[in-house]
Write a protein that binds this ligand. Structure first.
Ligand SMILES: C[S@@+](CC[C@H](N)C(=O)[O-])C[C@H]1O[C@@H](n2cnc3c(N)ncnc32)[C@H](O)[C@@H]1O
Length: 263
């Protein structure tokens, strides 16, 4: 019987761990919520869409699919993700309306647009330390959205104040002050010049789907490549991330704010 765990034929340096291939969105977002969000945003009939920190831009592509007159630009720094976005756009017949550009969103001169998306990428719009990056990101979104348009902001918040023990199990330097709670997050959007059309938050199923999908392809790769030169560091990375996620599970929230510029 072949022991696949020690199959040296697969342990070549070129056979690297996969990168997020099991994720549809790079965040805790279910199909049901994505469909409702797209429907709501499409109802405002945007012609121009800008996706800040788009990654592979799955959400933007769905908006373009739903709004045939719309053109979209996604900006990100990760070429690998942008390439996936371009491939997906081509496969769905959207390549002539979807552009994926490798550039920083910081101080972008793009816009104003009818719909600006910023999902899990508030840090792309600000150099301020958390949580003030949220205030700055929201002011930037207000600058980037045309009057009568919409912004969709996906951002973390504390479901409750984390204990010191929980903070020490999260990412390095995690502090209770680095996120707002949901009420403060929405107040910050209002202070930046928006009104909230819709306020919703990712549920535990969405988190578990996201965090499992975040690691699943690499876990399966590791199980079948135990002697690969990258195995040890990959195992460490997976173990570290799993420990962190299972610490912030139920403590760190994620909000989707559909925002209308205030007149
Ligand atoms: C959590 S991912 C979210 C990706 C995507 N919005 C989604 O929801 O699927 C955050 C993204 O922000 C991008 N990013 C970070 N800093 C950036 C910057 N200065 N300019 C553009 N993108 C940036 C990262 O490369 C990453 O793809």
């Amino acid at each position: 019987m072949t022991d696949t765990r020690t199959d040296a034929r697969t342990d070549t340096p070129g056979d690297v761990p996969p990168h997020l291939t099991r994720l549809t969105f790079h965040g805790p977002l279910s199909e049901t919520r994505a469909t409702a969000l797209v429907r709501r945003l499409a109802a405002a009939k945007p012609s121009t869409v800008l996706d800040i920190g788009c990654g592979w831009g799955e959400f933007m592509l769905r908006v373009l699919d739903a709004v045939p007159q719309a053109n979209g630009v996604g900006v990100d720094l990760r070429e690998e993700d942008l390439a996936r976005g371009r491939r997906d756009a081509t496969a769905r017949g959207l390549a002539d309306r979807a552009e994926f550009v490798a550039e920083s969103a910081l101080g972008t001169t793009r816009g104003p647009v009818d719909l600006v998306l910023c999902l899990g990428a508030g840090q792309a719009l600000s150099t301020a330390e958390p949580p003030l990056h949220t205030d700055e990101a929201l002011k930037e979104l207000r600058r980037l959205v045309a009057d009568g348009g919409r912004a969709l902001f996906g951002e973390g918040f504390w479901q409750r104040t984390p204990t010191p023990a929980e903070l020490s199990g999260m990412w390095p330097g995690a502090s209770a002050g680095e996120h707002y709670d949901l009420a403060r997050l929405v107040d910050t959007a209002v202070a930046a010049g928006f009104r909230p059309e819709w306020i919703e938050t990712a549920n535990l199923d969405e988190w578990e789907e996201f965090e499992s999908g975040y690691q699943a392809d690499t876990e399966v790769w590791l199980a079948t490549h135990p002697a690969h030169p990258l195995a040890a560091e990959t195992r460490d990375r997976l173990d570290r991330h799993r420990a962190r996620w299972l610490t912030y599970r139920g403590v760190l929230g994620y909000a989707y704010l559909t925002l209308v510029p205030a007149a």
